[in-house]
Design a protein around this ligand. Structure first.
Ligand code: GLA
Length: 389
């Protein structure tokens, strides 16, 4: 009798104890899209989002793989008497469902932002205690992607909070990419594989090369340093997220934008642009739509690149690709041009063989090389090649 009872209790308790797994089968390659925050902060409206969707659908970005149009913070103003979330009626007069329909009609997907706390980071209503209700609302609106932040959270672990929202999203019946934004504080790469499709690994990226803010924001080179060692935790459906791109905003030079983009591709990072894509100069458009770099990011093997060499201001990053070749980034953080070399053994190949090398920015075959390859790299620049044995 005792044994039977124990067994019965176990059966009842098991699903709750183990939790649901993430079964949305989404983001099998890193998600690509656009998010309003880096450029527009709280200044969001349906007019802005529609014009961004128009641009992405027609300027070559959608053709290059960008898909999700994501409104970040500040679209929401309150809750009605039944607790339903209310969008700002002045900035979104047609409502969020109509906006999602507009974006879907362009062949794009629609993303939205909320927060695991009582309030979002900008002080708008958060999702705490409203998870099921909000997930149902998002599903009814046609949301395809939810970024979920971590300000003003309850006294619970991030794993508890995000698992609850994952379950709510799954119960809504609509598959939505689930983007965990708790800034890497609880080392989500250790627990989030079955909770979210991507998780931020650091505090917020800033539009700069290597600045640091008192509150933790930092430039892309500092964020890059924090990705080394996390590569084992990324794979199809579950990605480390080093934050959205600053390519095309005001502070980085075109060369630095090229480096930032190349390094995010070698990391298999989500490619969520954060600039005004309606109004890009050709150099920025060229960077963001480079097919060969995007193919490295989107490679179906889904391996995050690793730093194989670091020597002062120079480093080499390597990403194994599905066809057995390697993408390689030579990065020069210094102020003078420098020659950087890598051997086939550094890339995990036998030494004495010949391998073909293709320059992915110049889009040319450089020829066959024995045992090693060297690139001369300008200050703050990269050289990106594909090595095929
Ligand atoms: C946090 C997130 C940012 C952005 C803002 C919005 O700082 O990390 O990416 O979503 O909140 O308030």
């Amino acid at each position: 009798m005792f044994r039977l009872l124990t067994l019965a209790w176990l059966l009842v308790l098991l699903p709750a104890a183990s939790g649901l797994a993430l079964t949305n089968n989404l983001a099998l390659t890193p998600p690509m899209g656009w998010n309003s925050w880096n450029k527009f902060s709280c200044d969001v409206s349906e007019k802005l989002i529609k014009s961004v969707a128009d641009a992405i659908a027609t300027n070559g970005m959608n053709a290059a793989g960008y898909q999700y149009v994501i409104i970040d913070d500040c679209w929401q103003v309150g809750r009605d008497a039944d607790g339903n979330i209310i969008a700002d009626p002045v900035r979104f007069p047609s409502g969020i469902k109509a906006l999602a329909d507009y974006i879907h009609a362009k062949g794009l997907k629609f993303g939205i932002y909320s927060c695991a706390g009582t309030n979002t980071c900008a002080g708008r209503p958060g999702g705490l205690f409203h998870e099921l209700q909000d997930a149902r609302t998002y599903a009814a609106w046609g949301v395809d992607y939810l970024k979920y932040d971590w300000c003003n959270h309850a006294s619970e672990t991030a794993q508890q909070a995000y698992s609850r929202m994952r379950d709510a999203l799954q119960q809504s019946g609509r598959p939505m990419v689930f983007s965990i934004c708790e800034w890497g504080q609880s080392r989500p790469w250790l627990w989030a594989t079955n909770v979210g499709n991507l998780w931020r690994t650091t505090s917020d990226i800033q539009d700069c090369w290597d600045c640091r803010r008192d509150w933790g924001g930092m430039g892309f080179t500092h964020i890059l340093d924090l990705q080394a060692g996390l590569e084992a935790f990324a794979g199809p459906g579950h990605w480390n997220d080093p934050d959205m791109l600053e390519v095309g905003n005001s502070a980085l030079t075109d060369t630095e934008c090229k480096s930032h983009f190349s390094l995010w591709c070698i990391l298999a990072a989500p490619l969520i642009t954060g600039n005004d894509v309606r109004n890009m100069k050709p150099a920025i458009q060229h960077i963001l739509t480079n097919r060969e770099l995007i193919a490295v990011d989107q490679d179906p093997l889904g391996r995050q690149g690793i730093r194989v060499l670091k020597n002062g201001e120079t480093e080499v990053w390597m990403k194994p690709l599905a066809d057995g070749s390697r993408a390689v980034v030579f990065f020069n953080r210094g102020a003078v041009p420098v020659e950087i070399s890598v051997t086939w053994e550094d890339l995990g190949y036998p030494g004495k063989h010949r391998a073909t090398v293709r320059d992915l920015w110049a889009e040319i075959e450089l020829g066959k090389f024995k045992n090693q390859f060297s690139a001369t790299v300008a200050p703050h620049d990269v050289s990106v090649v594909r090595v095929t044995p």
